[in-house]
Design a protein around this ligand. Structure first.
Ligand SMILES: NC(=O)C1=CN([C@@H]2O[C@H](COP(=O)(O)OP(=O)(O)OC[C@H]3O[C@@H](n4cnc5c(N)ncnc54)[C@H](OP(=O)(O)O)[C@@H]3O)[C@@H](O)[C@H]2O)C=CC1
Ligand SMILES: O=C(O)C1=N[C@H](C(=O)O)C[C@H](O)C1
Length: 257
């Protein structure tokens, strides 16, 4: 069987370099292009890439995806900075490219995907919910894509359950002290040398709290998810948001890197 032809965009970066190495090491995948800021996107078409793994910067991702979708190259996207408007724009490009698939995943690690699912499940049972995300000191975006998605899922579950908006008695405080407001859920962002990617979701109810914590200790935590996504995306046309949509029916052994 011929190997799937995969390209990595952002291949000099922290996660992009790890992704390029993981693709290269996979028996069923062929790393046909590994490009970064200075390289032309035409390298993807010249190399005959079938799937592009996009791991760059919120300022670069839309241009890269417009090119990929316009050339019928499926994409697996880890880059953050997504808004409803950006997702709509991407849907528009995909509508004009039937058969092309794009997965946008706020987080490729299985533990982070489960954290989001557990948080959604817990949200309806607690009056208070806050998210603390902690990342390395070179991260461009805040809050993280994962924390934003987590807060959105909590907000949706609260609304579905008919919970009242969260009570915040703060009348005196410095700006930012209560974090960013993501659909009514406070999200706090810590940037610290030595960290990679970590998140705590805190829930509070009468006489009890629940804390869900996840730690990505190494970029290897994202690789099984990226490889699974690269293998799956050619069979899923249109936009898929969240790796969980590709995990259903997958045996854990199939996520090996
Ligand atoms: N979904 C997930 O599971 C994960 C997502 N991420 C996300 O991935 C993104 C990258 O993170 P990280 O690797 O830490 O960042 P880095 O800054 O280490 O890497 C990004 C790389 O992309 C390059 N780049 C910038 N613009 C372009 C462009 N137009 N075309 C090609 N390459 C470009 C950068 O070059 P230069 O240095 O010259 O700017 C750099 O080499 C972030 O948005 C991060 O949040 C990270 C980890 C996991
Ligand atoms: O920049 C990072 O490092 C990460 N970015 C993603 C995010 O913003 O959620 C995923 C993970 O947290 C690592």
């Amino acid at each position: 069987m011929s190997k799937l032809r995969v390209a990595v965009i952002g291949a000099q970066g922290r996660i992009g370099s790890a992704a390029a190495a993981a693709v290269e090491a996979a028996d069923d995948l062929d790393l046909v292009a590994a490009i970064d800021r200075e390289d032309p996107l035409e390298a993807l078409t010249e190399a005959g890439a079938q799937v592009a793994v996009e791991l760059t910067h919120p300022d670069a991702v839309m241009g890269n995806l417009e090119f990929c979708v316009g050339h019928g190259i499926h994409a697996v996207v880890g880059t953050t900075g997504w808004t409803a408007e950006r997702l709509d724009r991407l849907r528009g490009w995909l509508a004009a490219a039937p058969g092309t698939g794009v997965l946008v995943a706020p987080n490729f690690s299985i533990g982070a995907v489960l954290t989001m699912q557990f948080a959604r499940q817990a949200a309806r049972w607690f009056e208070s919910a806050e998210v603390i995300e902690l990342h390395h000191d070179n991260k461009a975006d805040a809050p993280s894509g994962t924390a934003t998605r987590t807060a959105q899922l909590i907000a949706a579950a609260r609304a579905e359950a008919g919970l009242a908006p969260q009570h915040d008695p703060t009348t005196h405080g410095l700006e930012g002290a209560r974090g960013a407001d993501v659909e009514g859920v406070p999200v706090h962002s810590v940037r610290l040398r030595g960290l990679l990617a970590h998140q705590e979701v805190l829930f509070g109810g009468t006489g009890e709290t629940l804390t869900i914590r996840h730690d990505s200790l190494h970029h290897s935590s994202f690789m099984p998810g990226i490889l699974l996504a690269a293998r799956t995306v050619p069979g899923v046309p249109g936009l898929t948001y969240g790796l969980e949509n590709f995990l259903e029916g997958t045996e854990p052994g199939h996520q090996e890197d």
